[in-house]
Design a protein around this ligand. Structure first.
Ligand code: S3P
Length: 177
């Protein structure tokens, strides 16, 4: 049993990796609260992620993510939190996440990711031409960072949301009991 680990599960991974869907399912199974960093930011700002990016820029949004994690560390318990895909890319955030609880990276191949994100208009970083190239480039940079930031990596390709959630739960239980 890891006595230092806070009783929270933090899901990280690329856009479309299933963090929100698996997270909601998992929270219900564990009777934990479910939180989503993008939703918390939108609520606090009274604005959408798309609009925040367009008006204030990415750096401003990244600062909001850092502030949010800092606010959650002393207060959050018995929760599953799904994080925006870029949140752990800041080294400071990656460190803070491990203070918040058990960090799980939901990994998906380029093809799975592209299939899931085709036609999506809600992610400012993926708008415009050639989704496949963008995803490929970003996955190349981000995958090693996600792996390093996580306690555990779970592959999601070909797995249902429930299967992914069960795998997360199994590995989390081993940590806390
Ligand atoms: C981002 C991922 C998005 C959102 C924003 C930036 C990223 O969250 O935070 O559009 O940099 O990968 P999801 O991963 O929940 O789509």
């Amino acid at each position: 049993m890891n006595q230092k680990l806070k009783h929270n599960i933090i899901l990280i991974g690329f856009m479309g990796s299933g963090k929100t869907s698996a997270g909601m399912w998992l929270a219900e199974r564990l009777t934990y609260q479910f939180k989503d960093s993008d939703q918390l930011i939108e609520k606090k700002a009274g604005d959408t992620i798309n609009h925040i990016f367009a008006v204030y820029g990415e750096e401003y949004f990244r600062n909001m993510e850092t502030d949010l994690i800092k606010d959650l560390i002393p207060t959050l318990n018995n929760s599953v939190i799904s994080t925006g895909g870029g949140l752990p890319i800041r080294e400071q955030n990656a460190k803070l996440l491990k203070e918040l609880g058990y960090v799980v990276f939901l990994k998906a191949t380029k093809q799975t990711t592209v299939d899931r994100l085709q036609g999506d208009a809600t992610r400012p970083l993926l708008q415009g031409e050639d989704l496949e190239k963008k995803v490929e480039r970003m996955l190349e940079i981000r995958t090693p960072i996600y792996e390093k930031a996580a306690h555990k990596t779970i592959t999601t390709d070909g797995r249902s949301i429930q299967e992914v959630a069960e795998l997360i739960m199994e590995s989390y239980m081993k940590q806390i009991y």
